[in-house]
Design a binder for this molecule. Structure first.
Ligand code: UDP
Length: 504
């Protein structure tokens, strides 16, 4: 082990009970009105955290990637650090911008120019990430330089791992840079291992003949799981991903929205190439809800509808903020949902169905099924939905936030996957943690019906539910004062406090 290497365990051992702080007086109201979940875990288990005290004068600048699944955890992290007494500044793009009026306790700094909706190819997430990185270097440098010159209390910047081009900008300004990776450790490891997998022939264009082969370096992944990370061309994907991975290796610290227990089997492999202080402080949403950073309005009528359903009877269906399906998949979904005979709450996001505004392509006979035992909304308060007693299963696109939110509520999953890390995530959920079953995209109605019945009615679903409830308890323990996430958060606070203010 290199002398410079300090892993998260070392930090736990070093960690002291820094003063457990909660919110500044002026933000208490905002916090308590926003969320109940964190009351249940953090406040009940750590009563000392309710002391509202601020001994920390360091400023932390946070820089999110402007997509829902990245914005939510970054804003949650900002709230968590604010509750520890840090002063918070958010750097943001015009595209998918957060609403500053919801966070009067933060200062917001717009990076002028840059992206527009038309420039982004929604079907190619890696291309969008590339565009954000290439288009925004100069405006980011200008904005950050101005911010640092006016705030000499700045301790560090925390940026999304995907904003790799800003790495040089930040280093040029001489300020410590921490990275937030919004995925799991095990899926990041799959990304980081792609060059090796390429050399060993697991990451290639020859998918058909080898798709089901196990990836020996990364059990339980199969070749088709890592292959799904690829967009446009293998070389293009590798180039972008190696930028992200290398930028992470040179950071002053690496933060994950995940839980130590869940990742334990993969941490040794991870710490070998990533010799930076690492903090597993999730699940963020147990500290602060993502409701305020929702880019779409959450339709609360879904909760009223759940209130009149039987306990454990409803399948919740949502494919997150970016996945799309074609007309054929939509038809198979409607038929599968109809023939399963189970009540369902379905998030049909505008734009989910390619070429459709919203519900116009749903068949009339299906709308009758909906009126009998279904409910459709454009966007739901997902965390609240998943914690509702009526929800008995979650058919998800396997985005990391959705998976984490589901595990935290002990809800078994049906895992589909579309792009990026989703196939990798779904493999870990189904084959490693055994918290769900897989439903491959392209959809077939018979398979949908069978998966829904399995998860909602069969013994297999019941066993998954029992395992999920065990994980829910483990997560609650990790958030207690002595738990791994709380201690890792203490260590992160210590590290940030140890940075000399930029102007000092
Ligand atoms: N979400 C929500 N309402 C919905 C669907 C999703 O608030 O109807 C939130 C969900 O709670 C999660 C985020 O949107 O925090 C989606 O992130 P994820 O990583 O699951 O998927 P992505 O949208 O990035 O593909």
């Amino acid at each position: 082990m290199a002398a410079s290497y300090v892993d998260s365990t070392t930090f736990y051992n070093h960690s002291r009970f820094l003063l457990l702080l909660y919110l500044f007086k002026e933000t208490e109201q905002h916090f308590f009105s926003e969320k109940k979940l964190e009351d249940r875990v953090t406040m009940a288990d750590n009563p000392s955290k309710s002391i509202s005290q601020n001994t920390n004068t360091h400023r932390v600048i946070l820089f999110p990637l402007p997509f829902q699944g990245h914005m939510n955890p970054m804003i949650q992290l900002a709230n968590i650090l604010h509750s520890r007494g840090f002063t918070i500044s958010i750097l943001y793009h015009q595209y998918n911008s957060p609403d500053p009026s919801k966070y009067p306790h933060f200062s917001f700094h717009l990076i002028p120019g840059g992206l527009s909706e038309d420039q982004l190819d929604k079907d190619e997430p890696l291309s969008a990430i590339l565009l954000i990185n290439t288009d925004c270097i100069k405006p980011t440098r200008d904005c950050l330089g101005k911010l640092l010159s006016t705030h000499n209390d700045t301790a560090c910047i925390i940026m999304d791992a995907n904003l790799f081009s800003s790495q040089a900008v930040v280093e040029g300004l001489g300020i410590p840079r921490l990275v937030l990776r919004t995925s799991s450790v095990c899926s990041f490891l799959a990304f980081a291992t792609l060059p090796v997998l390429r050399e060993n022939g697991f990451y290639s264009d020859d998918l058909d003949s080898r798709g089901e082969d196990p990836v020996l370096e990364l059990p339980p992944l199969r070749v088709k799981d890592v292959q799904a990370i690829h967009v446009r061309s293998l070389d293009f994907t590798l180039k972008i991903i190696s930028n992200i991975v290398e930028g992470t290796k040179t950071a002053s610290g690496l933060i994950f929205n995940t839980i130590q227990d869940l990742e334990e089997p993969y941490l040794a492999n991870f710490h070998e190439p990533f010799r930076v202080p690492t903090f597993l402080i999730g699940p963020f949403h147990k500290f602060f809800s993502a409701a305020s950073s929702s880019l779409l309005t959450q339709d609360r009528s879904s909760v009223s509808w759940l209130d009149i359903q039987k306990p454990g009877s409803v399948l919740y269906v949502s494919f997150g903020s970016a996945a799309t399906i074609d007309g054929e998949s939509l038809r198979e979904m409607t038929r599968g949902l109809a023939s399963s005979m189970q009540p369902f709450l379905w998030v049909v996001r505008p734009g989910l169905v390619q070429g459709s505004e919203w519900l116009e392509s749903l068949p009339n006979e299906f709308m009758e099924v909906v009126s009998q035992r279904g409910y459709i909304v454009k966007w739901a308060p997902q965390q609240e939905v998943l914690s509702h007693p009526a929800v008995g299963g979650f058919w998800t696109h396997s985005g990391w936030n959705s998976i984490l939110e589901s595990i935290c509520e002990g809800v078994p999953m049906i895992c589909s996957s579309f792009f990026g890390d989703q196939k990798v995530n779904s493999r870990y959920v189904t084959d490693a943690w055994k918290l769900g079953i897989k439903l491959e995209h392209v959809f077939k109605r018979e398979e949908i019906e069978s998966a829904i019945r399995k998860i909602m009615l069969d013994k297999e679903g019941q066993e998954i539910r029992e395992r999920a409830l065990c994980w829910k308890e483990k997560i609650d323990v990790s958030l207690k004062t002595d738990g791994s996430s709380s201690q890792s958060l203490n260590a992160l606070s210590d590290l940030i406090s140890s940075f000399k203010s930029s102007g000092a």
